[in-house]
Design a protein around this ligand. Structure first.
Ligand code: DX5
Ligand code: ZN
Length: 217
């Protein structure tokens, strides 16, 4: 089943609580929360305090994407804030295995994200421990960028590696995804589509979510 994870980065920052309620009503499967530290990526967004403030008003699965250098320092804060899944970047962790075990010890699902230039093969030894793999289809840091076409073949390589190893991790793709290009992402093997502008930038969020989910049908 295809899941749609609207990225709150593209919502009205002055009224996030209303945006979360509205996107939940519109049929989102996950809420994708982009945390940027101004170091790992050249932008700063929001942190655990904002996620904690949104948590009591939503039953959505909080899919937290940490674009943060050495995220091990902040995992407990994000788990306490109500994250259901913490995804860290391969490129941001000196000791990735330890970080993944820390996430699991907090009782939260664990994901690893790869930048566009990082090959999927680096995940081979950590994949059995993961609940989710996130492939970036833009360079992380900003919403509204264009999908990097070469990522479609990379999604297929990641799906093949998951199959080869018998892993059940979800395969999420993030960046530049709209109803118009979602079919190729799904056909390549992704099952979770992150979309910021493709949902919050559209006039009808429910229609946008339904179009993303049904793109390959
Ligand atoms: C980029 C973020 C994405 C971003 C996606 O660094 O990780 O989640 O919000 O936005 P769109 O869908 O607009 O490319
Ligand atoms: Zn993201």
């Amino acid at each position: 089943m295809i899941k749609v994870a609207p990225s709150l980065l593209a919502a009205d920052m002055g009224d996030l609580r209303a945006a979360v309620a509205r996107v939940e009503q519109a049929g989102a499967d996950y809420l994708h929360l982009d945390v940027m530290d101004g170091n790992f990526v050249p932008n700063i967004s929001y942190g655990a305090a904002v996620i904690k403030a949104l948590r009591p008003n939503s039953a959505l699965f909080f899919d937290v994407h940490l674009m943060v250098e050495e995220p091990g320092r902040f995992l407990a804060d994000f788990a306490a804030a109500g994250a259901d899944l913490l995804t860290v970047h391969y490129e941001a962790c000196r000791h990735l295995h330890r970080v993944i075990q820390q996430i699991k010890a907090l009782g939260v699902k664990a994901g690893v994200a790869l930048n566009p230039a990082t090959p999927v093969e680096v995940l081979r030894d950590i994949l059995p421990d993961l609940d989710l793999v996130l492939l970036m289809s833009v360079n992380p840091g900003f919403g509204g960028q264009s999908y990097i076409e070469g990522c479609t073949a990379k999604i297929a390589r990641a799906a093949a590696l998951l199959k080869e190893l018998g892993c059940r991790a979800e395969l999420e793709v993030d960046g530049g995804i709209y109803a118009a290009n979602a079919a190729q992402v799904i056909r390549a093997g992704a099952n979770v589509l992150v979309s910021g502008t493709g949902v919050f930038g559209q006039p009808d969020w429910a229609a946008a979510i339904a179009a993303l989910r049904g793109a390959a049908c």
